[in-house]
Design a protein. Structure first.
Length: 210
C-alpha cells in the first residue's frame, strides 16, 4: 500500500483560501455588498482576518476571485472559444439565443450575483470596472464569429445584444426586488418569463432575417 504524504502548509493554505472565497458568497447573501468587510469575511470563513491580506493581498482581490467563479459571462468566456470552434457550422443566432436564455436561468437563481450587479450599478470602483471588462471580453470571441455570418446584412448585432443582456439583468432584478408587474407582465410567474423568452427569440429571428 502506498502511504499518503501530508502536504501540511500547502493543503492548509488551499483550504483556507477556499473558505475565504466561499465566505464572500455567504456574506453577500446575509448582509449584501456593504457587509463585505475583512471582519465579516474572516468570521464567516472561521479564520484569522490577517490571512485575507496574506493570501489575497487585498480584500478586493478576494472579492474579485469569488465573482469570477460565479459571473455568468466571465465563466462562459472560459469555454467560449472551444464552443464556437466546435459549432462553426451552426448559426451564431442559435448560439446567442441559447446563451441569452441560459443567462436568464442562471442569473434568476444566483442571488449573490444579483447583489453584485446591484453593487456594480450603484457604486463606482476600479475592481468593478475591471470585472465588467472581463465580462465583456467574451464578446471579442463571439462577435467575429457572428460578423462573418451577417457580413452582407445591415445589422448592428452588438447593439441588439446589448439591449437584450441589459434587459435580462434589469427584468430579473425588478422581479426579485418588487411585487409589481412590468408592462403588465407578471414576471414572477412562469408564463410571464416564457413571454420574455419568446420575445428574445423573436428579436433575434428578426435581426438575423428569416
Amino acid at each position: 500500500m502506498v502511504r499518503k504524504t501530508y502536504q501540511g502548509e500547502k493543503n492548509d493554505k488551499s483550504r483556507t483560501m477556499s473558505k475565504l472565497i466561499q465566505s464572500v458568497g455567504t456574506v453577500l447573501a446575509a448582509k449584501g455588498y456593504t457587509g463585505l468587510t475583512p471582519t465579516n469575511l474572516a468570521k464567516a470563513a472561521g479564520v484569522d482576518r490577517k490571512l485575507i491580506s496574506a493570501y489575497f493581498g487585498h480584500i478586493d482581490h478576494l472579492i474579485a476571485t469569488y465573482i469570477k467563479t460565479k459571473d455568468y459571462w466571465i465563466v462562459a468566456s472560459d469555454s467560449a472559444e472551444a464552443l464556437f470552434k466546435n459549432n462553426a457550422q451552426k448559426s451564431s443566432r442559435h448560439l446567442l439565443e441559447h446563451t441569452l436564455l441560459d443567462q436568464i436561468v442562471q442569473f434568476s437563481a444566483n442571488e449573490e450575483m444579483q447583489k453584485v450587479i446591484l453593487w456594480q450599478l450603484s457604486e463606482r470602483s476600479e475592481m468593478m470596472s475591471q470585472l465588467s471588462q472581463a465580462r465583456d471580453d467574451v464578446s471579442a470571441l463571439f462577435f467575429p464569429f457572428a460578423d462573418e455570418e451577417l457580413k452582407d446584412k445591415p445589422v448592428d448585432l452588438r447593439a441588439v445584444t446589448s439591449l437584450l443582456i441589459a434587459g435580462i439583468y434589469y427584468l430579473v432584478l425588478h422581479t426579485k426586488t418588487t411585487d409589481s408587474t412590468f408592462c403588465e407582465i407578471d414576471l414572477t410567474q412562469e408564463d410571464g418569463m416564457n413571454r420574455i423568452r419568446e420575445a428574445i427569440k423573436f428579436i433575434l429571428k428578426e435581426t438575423y432575417g428569416h
